[in-house]
Design a protein around this ligand. Sequence first.
Ligand code: ISE
Length: 337
Amino acid sequence: MLKVGIVGCGMIGKEHAKRIQYKIMGAEVVAVCDVFEAGAKAASDLIGGVKIYTDADALIADPEVDAVVVTTPGNFHKNPILSAIKAGKPVFTEKPLTTTAADCKEIVDAEMASGKHLVQVGFMRRYDRGYNQVRELIQSGEFGKPMILKCTHRAESVDDSYTTEMAVTDTAIHEIDVLPWLIGDGEEWDEVQCLFPRTTKNAHEGLADPQVMIMKTKSGVICVLEVNVNCGFGYDINCEVVCEDGVINLPCPSFPTTRKNFEVATAIEKNWILRFIDSYDVELQDWVDNVAKGTTGGSSAWDGYVAAVTADALVAAQKSGKIEKVVTGGTPDFYKK
Ligand code: ISE
């Protein structure tokens, strides 16, 4: 049984604590940590009462903790990940790996120096059934080569702490990671651009929303992504892949179709926790299974670094209004699959 310690007891931390304790096989949570003791206590209570820490390093050093899950806000990911690597303990971190490419590089360097693959980044879309089905269809070659990706990343609303940059670093970061994986191994972003249409009346003061992000891969596939986080009607993720010999659409979660009052209707998922609930389950089970074999699955620290470099370029593009290059320097042998 893998004994897990969780660092960060906010919303996703509590979700993962319950998931690991009650759904995932081969693992249990033995300790939780939050700088706010009350937060750690609340998470501990949810899972039957486990050890509580307010210092992440103390949790990581606990000999009973075999592996670490990091669910703090993204800008606090770096230190617990580095401590886990130093302690030689496998670490699953929620996305993004960290919020800057420089911090991600430090993690990549530390992991390579340790000589072991210890870090998995929680880009859960790589575990989503729909994305995997689309990937298989692309890989079958039946549709020819992909040329255009038309994607939407819409959310009902965001709170006042959400910034224009977060449309990239917190939201589009999912497409940044999943789309190259979706269309082909070895695919990489080459250049990115961001356009600002008229801002919706539903956005809070200072937030530019929606945004249109245009990203081109090295092989010439162009993605047009609408990030629209105050759409008001639900959490709506779409991805259409236009290929040479046909078009593939990502399936949406299925809901009954109803007919009433001269209307045909079907529901849209309310939020990301519900939309990707199954993906999170599969993802954490895969992490635990991989840890048991001494490996990692999903997105590596290098993938997390590449996503951060791309996000940095997109944030620069938001500011410059120009096309910006994505320069990663090439995959080190350590991370080649
Ligand atoms: C959130 O952290 C997610 O992971 C969601 O998928 C994304 O849509 C949202 O913008 C993020 O805040």
